[in-house]
Write a protein that binds this ligand. Structure first.
Ligand code: PLP
Length: 368
């Protein structure tokens, strides 16, 4: 199966982007210095994309402009009611110099699903892809070529209408910014310690858990702080039925003794593209894959009995993180560390960086 564009978008004429070059763009040597050790999420490229939407005009005024502050009316609805969604996707520099991204149609479609849930307009897949290409056309030199380096792309959309009444905004902005990112794990991949949040939930049935929206993250910050206080790196949430849901920003997978990979199924989980891709790679290896509820007791008993041989989290930013311990108010369980997480991680990143055949047609070239 290869990723294809949504049928309905096929006939759309491309947007006509107005490009304003950043006169204060970084020099090649300044850029090289920033790319040496970019960390995550603090360095930004010279430009950004923005497209307006209004009830009357639809998508309009597509622009590439110098990266910089956004001017917003203090009554802009997003500042009051949180009507906002985002995506996270990476650009990879291949050995031939080309710039590629991974399954961008999936991000476009998820942005559309998030938009529906947050009562925002759906950005057509073609426009989403075009925004990525437009930014790479001006900022392509920011895609680093070091090992494990990427240009992290952050598309987002918010309600900018100045209106304090409570209804879907009639004026919306779509933006795309980009941030070079170094290896997520300095000095090798370390298993993380996970805090089980028994007091807080990140999402409710019928809520916004499956949408990539800032509010879910806002709700996860206090439990995340509780995790830090308890010596943990990340939180894992339970759903209302007491089943394992996911981490604040990563999906969770369990490896069983017979090689089966189990990952929670729930309407409150964010449908991760990394997770779906890893499940496909596992199927390609002949492994069984199950998406079903996983209770806390199944996890704990499975680890105790040896039925669970590995637990890991995944998402675009960190790709795969092995889970080394699960801690809660009343217990701390060390987790078994296996080989599958790292071997799947290597296979996936090999595909993303063009070091291995892309059998599923997941790569999408951005600079040609
Ligand atoms: C983005 C995100 C993920 C991971 O999704 P990917 O598509 O793999 O990056 C998982 N959980 C939450 C809550 C997220 O926001």
């Amino acid at each position: 199966m290869t990723d294809t564009l949504a049928q309905t978008d096929d006939a759309l004429a491309p947007l006509d982007f107005a490009v304003t070059r950043n006169l204060a763009a970084k020099s090649p040597s300044e850029r090289a210095q920033l790319l040496e050790n970019p960390g995550f999420g603090t360095v930004f490229t010279d430009h950004m994309v923005d497209v307006c939407w209004s009830v009357k005009g639809g998508w309009h005024r597509p622009r590439v402009q110098p990266y910089g502050p956004i001017s917003l009316d203090p009554a802009a609805a997003v500042l009051h009611y949180g009507q906002e969604i985002f995506e996270g996707i990476k650009a990879y520099r291949h050995a031939d110099g080309g710039v590629y991204t991974f399954r961008p149609e999936q991000n476009a479609q998820r942005l559309q699903r998030s938009a529906r849930r947050l009562a925002l307009p759906e950005l057509p897949t073609e426009y989403f892809l075009q925004s990525l290409r437009e930014l790479i056309a001006v900022d392509g030199d920011w895609v680093p070529s070091g090992e494990d380096q990427t240009l992290y792309l952050r598309p987002f959309m918010f309600a900018k209408e100045a209106f304090l009444g409570v209804r879907p905004a009639q004026k919306v902005a779509y933006y795309l910014i980009a941030s070079p990112a170094g290896s997520y794990f300095k000095g090798g991949i370390q298993p993380v310690k996970i805090w089980l949040s028994e007091r807080y939930q990140r999402a409710a049935k019928g809520g916004t858990g499956a949408a990539k929206t800032g509010g879910n993250y806002a709700a996860s910050l206090l439990p995340q702080a509780e995790a830090y206080e308890n010596g943990c790196d990340q939180v894992v949430f339970l759903d209302a039925d007491g089943n394992i849901e996911e981490l604040g920003g990563m999906n969770i997978l369990f490896v069983m003794k017979d090689g089966t990979i189990v990952t929670p199924a729930s309407e409150t989980i964010l449908d991760g593209i990394t997770r779906n891709s890893l499940l496909q790679l596992a199927r390609d290896r002949g492994l069984a894959v199950e998406q079903r509820p996983v209770s806390l007791s199944e996890w704990r008993e499975g680890v105790a009995s040896g039925d669970i041989t590995e637990v890991f989290a995944c998402g675009t930013a960190a790709v795969i993180t092995p889970i080394g311990a699960l801690k809660a108010a009343g217990f701390e369980d060390a987790q078994p560390i296996g080989e599958l997480a790292l071997s799947l991680r290597e296979e996936l990143t090999d595909i993303q960086y063009g070091r291995r055949e892309d059998k599923h047609g997941w790569l999408h070239r951005l600079d040609a």
